[in-house]
Design a protein around this ligand. Structure first.
Ligand SMILES: [Zn+2]
Length: 330
């Protein structure tokens, strides 16, 4: 609103100066009036009885949405979203870097980043090779070694990522349902969607999934050129990494090959086996289409539980939340 008033003021002042003030006033009015009208229509809609009645009708749905939103924040803060570290960055914090060139053409437009553990500074050749064989280079240069422990870490990361992805998607579906149920006028959804959610009582939590990202970076000596390859650990990449590590471990004749791998495929299989229903409270997607389901280790990995089909079950978010809240004291 403020910047519109500023435009009006500027136009009026300019108009007065050039003696065609009435023209500038007309232009200003034409610019501002639709927005003002819309603003008052919005105010009127949110005060209307029809809106308030709809708001009352969806109160229960909104309340549950907000609980899932809080749960999503918990997943975000309690999950692990990191893995490995670059060898070029580990001791960089012990030194400071400065470009002390004094000639006229300082070419430090590109500066190498040595401070981040997710950046590997390397030759152009390595940057290019990493683009064609990302997992091989990722494991090699970010010290992701083929051991049982690393494999468990990657699987843990995969579970954190997939739980958060599912929860964020679930929130979005719930918000869409609330919009459909209240069915506000089109201009509200177009121009005031956040305000709409606020008025209904929805706590909006802008949660992006913090996929770990790894960069192979080449910066030329003069800073003239810079090239990079980016590897993002999203679900397909994580699953591929799990397969790769397990193959290497199996090749080394460890016992790792005996158990199932905790991939998106296995999680999908468990949910299907359990008929998309909670094995504790029997809540099911058939009854609650927006039910958030998760795959749980019956005996937790931290207590030696294996990723075996027999040690995995489907739980709804409520039961899983209660279970994980109980665990530290158990
Ligand atoms: Zn349940």
């Amino acid at each position: 609103m403020q910047y519109l008033l500023a435009i009006v003021a500027v136009l009026v002042v300019l108009g007065l100066m050039i003696q065609y003030w009435y023209i500038s006033l007309l232009v200003a009015a034409a610019l501002v009036s639709p927005r003002i009208v819309r603003h008052f229509r919005m105010k009127r809609y949110f005060a209307s009885e029809s809106f308030l009645a709809h708001k009352e009708a969806v109160a229960g749905v909104v309340e549950e949405h907000n609980e899932v939103a809080a749960y999503t924040t918990e997943i975000r803060t309690s999950g692990t979203f990191e893995l490995g570290a670059s060898s070029t960055g580990t001791q960089a914090h012990l030194a400071t870097f400065e470009n002390t060139s004094r000639h006229a053409h300082r070419r430090d437009r590109n500066v190498a980043d040595y401070a981040s553990s997710n950046v590997h500074n390397c030759s152009l050749q390595v940057v290019r090779n990493a683009a064609s064989d990302p997992l091989k280079y990722l494991t090699k240069y970010f010290s992701i070694r083929p051991t049982e422990t690393t494999l468990e870490d990657v699987e843990g990361l995969g579970e954190s990522v997939s739980r958060l992805e599912a929860a964020v998607a679930n929130l979005k579906r719930r918000e869409d349902d609330i919009s459909i149920n209240v069915n506000p006028p089109a201009f509200i959804l177009k121009h005031y969607s956040d305000e709409f959610m606020k008025q209904v009582g929805v706590h909006l939590t802008p949660i992006a999934v913090p996929y770990p990202e790894y960069r192979f970076e080449y910066v030329s000596a003069g800073g003239n050129s810079s090239q990079r390859t980016l590897v993002t650990l999203n679900t397909p990449t994580i699953d591929a990494l799990i397969e790769l590590l397990s193959e290497k471990i199996r090749f080394a004749k460890s016992a790792a090959g005996q158990r199932a791998l905790m991939t998106a495929k296995l999680r999908g299989f468990i949910k299907e086996r359990d008929h998309f229903s909670c094995q504790q409270c029997a809540a099911s997607v058939a009854v609650e289409p927006n039910l958030l389901l998760e795959v749980d280790h019956i005996i937790p990995v931290s207590k030696g539980g294996l990723s075996e089909v027999t040690n995995l079950q489907t739980l709804c978010w409520r039961c899983n939340r209660t279970k994980s809240n109980k665990l530290p004291t158990a």
